[in-house]
Design a binder for this molecule. Structure first.
Ligand SMILES: [Zn+2]
Length: 135
């Protein structure tokens, strides 16, 4: 049983009291009549489906009956935070640009890091060797 913190009730409550209502921070186009059909379709039907950090809207159906946002890891199901409507999340996923920059930084370091990987592999073997020696 998961427990979720409601930012309005200020309590941890059982997951059964809540309903997931979709992705958070979806902004309605200011003038729907002036945008292309494709953009309107994207707004209505297409949502992010990340593996990892995701901002979602939840409804406390069996409690205060208010909507709030949560930052949840879709891979581990861990909820990192919940926050009131209109507030911004403290936990955010790294942006694509940041990931690309990290990869670019990591590439030259990888050549230097190769001996470290071997050292780690040796460290992983060591406990197995110790178990082997003990038996
Ligand atoms: Zn509540």
């Amino acid at each position: 049983m998961h427990h979720i913190y409601c930012p309005y009730c200020e309590e941890m409550r059982e997951e059964e009291e809540y309903s997931y209502t979709g992705e958070a921070h979806i902004e309605r186009p200011k003038d729907p009549a002036s945008i292309a059909d494709e953009a309107w379709g994207d707004y209505l039907f297409f949502r992010a489906n990340p593996r990892g950090i995701h901002h979602e809207m939840w409804y406390h159906a069996a409690g205060c009956r208010r909507y709030f946002n949560a930052t949840r890891d879709t891979h581990s199901y861990q909820i990192h935070e919940t926050y009131k409507m209109g507030e911004l999340p403290a936990v955010t996923a790294p942006t694509k640009a940041a990931l690309v920059a990290d990869k670019a930084k990591a590439t030259p370091a990888k050549t230097k890091a190769k001996p470290k990987t071997k050292a780690k592999a040796k460290a992983k073997v060591t406990p197995e060797e110790q178990q082997g020696d003990a038996s």
